[in-house]
Design a protein around this ligand. Sequence first.
Ligand code: PMP
Length: 408
Amino acid sequence: MFDPQLIRKDFPILSREVNGKPLVYLDSAATSQKPRQVLDAEREYYEHQNANVHRGAHTLGDESTHLLDVAREKVQLFIVAPRKEEIIFVRNTTEAINLVAYSWGSGYLAKDDVVVTTVMEHHSNMVPWQSAAERRGAKVEVVGLTESGQIDMKDYRKKLELKPKLVAFAHVSNTLGTVNPVAEMTKLAHKAGALVLVDGAQAVPHMPVNVAALGCDFYVFSGHKMLGPMGVGVLWGRKELLEAMPPFLTGGGMIDEVYPDHATWAALPDKFEAGTPNVAGAVGFTSAIDYLEKLSMKDVWEHDRELVAYALQRLSTVPEVKILGIRDSEMRSGSVAFVYSGVHAHDVATILDSEGIAVRSGHHCTMPLHSSMGVAASVRASFSVYTTKDDIDALITALEKVKKVFNT
Ligand code: PMP
């Protein structure tokens, strides 16, 4: 049975105090905490296998290479990707998007071509496309949102009439929590002749994801937001697209043959993994996926449903709080962001921190989204498998202190 109280026992950090109060960690969308199993897996790798991959004709090198391969297969099966070699390990979501924007962009984006994104994108799914467009003389078109913070499908269809080469959007918004209709948007984009990149950074930690069923062409996410270590992220891409793309970073590990004046590239996935990979991180990532699978992603998703509904309900009882995004908890995941009337988000976060409560304040790397809502900054409470309703109650209680201090 899914029991967050039992789960919490696996996370050493959750027993620490902050400012003399028990830590209430509501910043999992920025990075999740890590269970003991993940921490142990990384340490054990360094204690027993540590060696560089591929190159060593010795046992430790072989074991290390095997563990990286195990991690790749684990990720492949977790997101139901058709082929193992389509899983490219990178540092994080940001690097994965930059890889595609640079690599696919330099091969296939031409002058006056169009790339479509949306206003709700994290800067990591906006700025790399702006840079690619600038390099190639192309244009970025940005789809607007409805009043309730969903993608404006009318505007989306209109932007698709421009025949974009690629469409990039989030599976789940890191600020609004909106779950986007990925399969439907992908179908429409494909009909218009565009490739589709989905930013899954806020989806994979909370729900079962099946990239084959979603139908997209690229899917990217970060290990550190799903109980894994920092420094390991994933680019999944269709084999034929990855094979046709020029490399991103060049050097050791990604070559087939090197001559003084030119080189040829290794097959996938190595072509996109230049230099020494983060094997310890990949081993920790394997352990994080094992942990989530043991909980069952179906139950992880159910837990998220409950927390989001509860947070929306409790926050809506605070008169000073204005919740951002759609009120229907069934259409959102992972977090609730809000504005506290008359008090800056940073001040709210500082007072909450004095009560041991960790939330994020600011624009959460979504400046265009905040501007479009006429909001400078917001407070975001975000959840993971170890989050409880008690954590949300603690947030609501602490908001009373904000009221007292600021006399609102
Ligand atoms: N996209 C989304 C939707 C995110 O929430 C984040 C992290 N806040 C990123 C991209 C960037 O992730 P990373 O910092 O791991 O590259």
